[in-house]
Design a protein around this ligand. Sequence first.
Ligand code: 5RP
Length: 223
Amino acid sequence: MNDKQLVALQAAKYVKNGMLVGLGTGSTANYFIEELARLTHDEGLKFTTVASSTISAKKAQSLQLPIVALEHINCIDLYVDGADEITPDKTLLKGRGSDLVKEKLLATAAAQFIVVADASKLVNHISQNFLIPIEVIPFAWQLAKKSLEKLGGIGELRPNAAKDGFWITSHGSYVLDMQFDKNLDASTLNALINNTPGVVEHGIFCGLADVVLIADNGTVSER
Ligand code: 5RP
């Protein structure tokens, strides 16, 4: 069993009968979804799910998990998702897979948000290894980019897979992948980007994670 699978199994232990559970997006979240299916089948656990992306909804449906649409909920019991970077104060960078909008809605709506990752995701500061994904309204991308550049941001629109156009998120936005001065702390940057007209959402998750589960060479620890 690899570390991503191990940590996903640990997170599944938090799921109790009757819960509404948010499903994250990515390879670690996929292991969590698979474990939920096993728990339903083998142990009769009963819960409902809500997905953070079309891909996790499809995965849940393929495993016959009960699923409700995001527009039908106003809170959830538990959200389990991966992250691209995790700092010591549990600030996250997410969104490599560009499903930021639903991910942040579910992380905010959850009574408990559990982050699952292997030790490769631990960093000292946000944007240590990855650019910050910033979803922008397509018609506003140039104006938003200019405003973000005034904050010291450097970056470009994310290209699509064929490199003949631009990436469109599941929310219908473009993505600016940007880096900022490393001396700007994540909560300041979070507020500045939130305040930028044309920005729909971005990948810094400040003060949202309740529990971080890290698997490192077969051992899971909680932060
Ligand atoms: C998607 C995410 C993912 O949770 C993040 O990219 C981690 O993915 P993985 O579990 O495959 O390493 O934020 O938007």
